[in-house]
Design a protein around this ligand. Structure first.
Ligand SMILES: [Zn+2]
Length: 247
């Protein structure tokens, strides 16, 4: 009898392992035949926090409901990791407090916590960013966490100003912003724009082709006198895209 139960439990264990491996591979490995499974199930599963943790769902947009909705998390803590390569402009702190808060449903508000990164190279590769950003943040009670990393230069694309790092954060490349213009007000606008753009990705929005919208793929850095061409607020189409991504 005991032997039968053992075999039965073993079979159940093997069965569950196969099921888990199948879904884990569908969601996390880039296997072409499994793509329809991932694409079809992903939107249904991202709302469930536990499921997301169990299956390691960590692509931009996977945590959108943590940020957008007030159902499970009524507060947001933004962790800003700065390095010796620079800090945020003061206006960027405000952008997180006001510009970002405006599109999130967080009745208890957003808090910002500054942290320090040591020994960060000047030029960073994808591997470096993956290693730095792959740990999923620790939420507490009703507080979701978003992480922002201030690094210097992105090796594969040195003029890039921002990049999402998984579902829970993004990188700002300070050197690209500093070199974009001699005019500090333009640099500030570009940093603000980049923050809003990357938050848009974390909320599940892809690029939209509309000039002067934050979620447009390309930002033109204009010469002096035309600085208002860099959008620093979500436009109508951005807001609609954020809403559509979170139905
Ligand atoms: Zn983008």
């Amino acid at each position: 009898m005991l032997k039968k139960i053992t075999i039965f439990l073993l079979l159940i264990f093997i069965f569950l392992t196969i099921i888990y491996s199948f879904f884990y591979a569908s969601f996390n490995l880039d296997i072409e035949v499994l793509k329809p499974v991932s694409d079809g199930l992903r939107p249904l599963t991202t709302k469930n926090f536990t499921f997301r943790r169990v299956f390691n769902l960590n692509q931009p947009g996977d945590a959108k409901s943590d940020y957008y909705s007030s159902k499970q998390f009524t507060k947001l803590k933004v962790e800003v990791y700065s390095s010796s390569h620079g800090n945020f402009y003061g206006t960027s702190q405000k952008t997180i407090g006001e510009g970002v808060e405006g599109v999130l449903n967080k009745p208890e508000g957003i808090s910002i916590k500054e942290m320090r990164l040591e020994k960060v190279p000047n030029i960073v590769s994808d591997d470096f960013i993956d290693n730095l950003t792959n740990d999923i943040p620790k939420y507490s009670n009703n507080t979701a966490v978003m992480k922002i990393y201030l690094l210097s230069t992105y090796e594969p694309h040195p003029t890039l100003t921002g990049l999402t790092a998984g579902a829970y954060g993004f990188v700002i490349f300070k050197n690209s912003i500093e070199e974009s213009s001699e005019d500090v007000s333009i640099r500030e606008r570009l940093e603000k724009n980049t923050i809003l753009h990357e938050v848009g990705h974390l909320l599940g929005v892809k690029h939209i082709e509309k000039d002067r919208c934050v979620m447009d793929k390309i930002v033109d850095v204009p010469g002096r006198g035309r600085i208002n061409l860099i959008p620093t607020e979500y436009c109508f189409y951005d807001l609609q895209a954020i809403q559509d991504a979170n139905i």
